[in-house]
Design a binder for this molecule. Sequence first.
Ligand SMILES: NC(=O)c1ccc[n+]([C@@H]2O[C@H](COP(=O)([O-])OP(=O)(O)OC[C@H]3O[C@@H](n4cnc5c(N)ncnc54)[C@H](O)[C@@H]3O)[C@@H](O)[C@H]2O)c1
Length: 430
Amino acid sequence: MKLTIIGTGYVGLVTGTCFAEVGHQVICVDRDEDKIKLLNSGGMPIYEPGLEELVKKNVDAGRLSFSTCTKEGVEKSDVIFIAVPTPPMPDGSVDLSFIESVAREIAGAMTSYKIIVDKSTVPVKTGDKVSETIKRYCKAKVEFDVASNPEFLREGFAVDDLMHPDRVVIGVKTQRPVQALKEIYAPFEAPIIVTDINSAELIKHAANSFLALKISYINAVSVICEATGANVQEVANGMGMDGRIGRRFLDASLGFGGSCFPKDLSAFIKISEQLGYDFALLKEVQRINHDQMNRFVKKILDTLWVLKDKKIGVLGLAFKQNTDDIRMSPAIDLCLHLQKEGAKLRVHDPKAMEKAKAVLHNVTYVDDMDEVAEGCDALVIATEWPEFKKLDLERVRKSLTHPILFDGRNLFDAKEMESLGFIYKSIGRP
Ligand SMILES: NC(=O)c1ccc[n+]([C@@H]2O[C@H](COP(=O)([O-])OP(=O)(O)OC[C@H]3O[C@@H](n4cnc5c(N)ncnc54)[C@H](O)[C@@H]3O)[C@@H](O)[C@H]2O)c1
């Protein structure tokens, strides 16, 4: 099918590329001219495992192209996906101005029947507003359908998640667009849930809030583990083997971040409030997450005492492994806390250093992870990159002025670290 994706970011670029990979003809549109220029010249604006090769393959095959022109995308395609940002406002509600402006642009360019699919994460009832806007601004007065198709990909695993989704959710008002949407997703061989638009929009907010809740739950359990000498990893394993619970998202850490969980949580709390329900449970999820970071910083302060002029090495800047995304990254947040206490930082991330340079200043960026600890009073692990497990620990121990390691991601075995001569502090483990 002929498809256009408006918004060529983490979601739009991966979605467009995977749609092309299964044989659809795809145009990815973005208003960022530099991004489109970069893509058209064979460059990549983001890091996502496997994506670069897939983009190249599909561009070469003539199935994937990039443009800055929404009009071109609308004219040349039957189905238009919206994948623009839905950032948080200061009060926690969602800034829907990107969605509104794209809806107007699409409306202005429509001269025949189109299906407009919202893939951005939006509060319940946004679909109605998109329909109203398109109807109002479509001069050609042609027919159209609006659908909701929330995206569940995880950054760092986005290509795999897109190619092998657990399920595809399609929210519609009438049956008319269903066949086309099913056809688009047929090659992915995933269960397809067809529901109403409000339910589809709610599925996304409810799912992300639940995952955040799961993380905060195990983080709260980690506090009890620390108070009793229990081991949160063993508790999580024991809980997770219960099929009703599942092991994923039960890793205690310094907290969750990223461009989705924090904003989707506050958006869900806000829309619930507007609908007359105080979602206090989710407010507690936020509070636990906030406290978890403070507790980790306190752990560092309790050990190192005064941080002024102390040198600390930090491994990890991305909000999670396998990505260069630093939006609302707990690792960056931690660095800012440590800087506020007067610490001098040496930092490293396998993929996120370029992006971090825009927000994290007055630190030393170190290319080799094994050199970060050089001359430092302690080393901190802030992101769960698997390569950090391969650190040259002997060299790290010798490089540190004192062999102190704070592990905000529980990457290492505590006993092993002690036997290697480290003072090792992690989360929720003796
Ligand atoms: N990143 C994720 O892991 C993830 C997962 C699921 C859902 N989502 C949701 O998907 C949406 C997009 O997220 P993202 O992370 O891809 O954002 P992003 O910031 O990486 O990409 C959005 C892109 O949209 C472009 N854009 C903005 N206005 C435009 C316009 N009028 N016309 C054309 N392009 C425009 C921007 O230039 C940017 O390149 C959000 O609602 C987000 O919550 C994100």
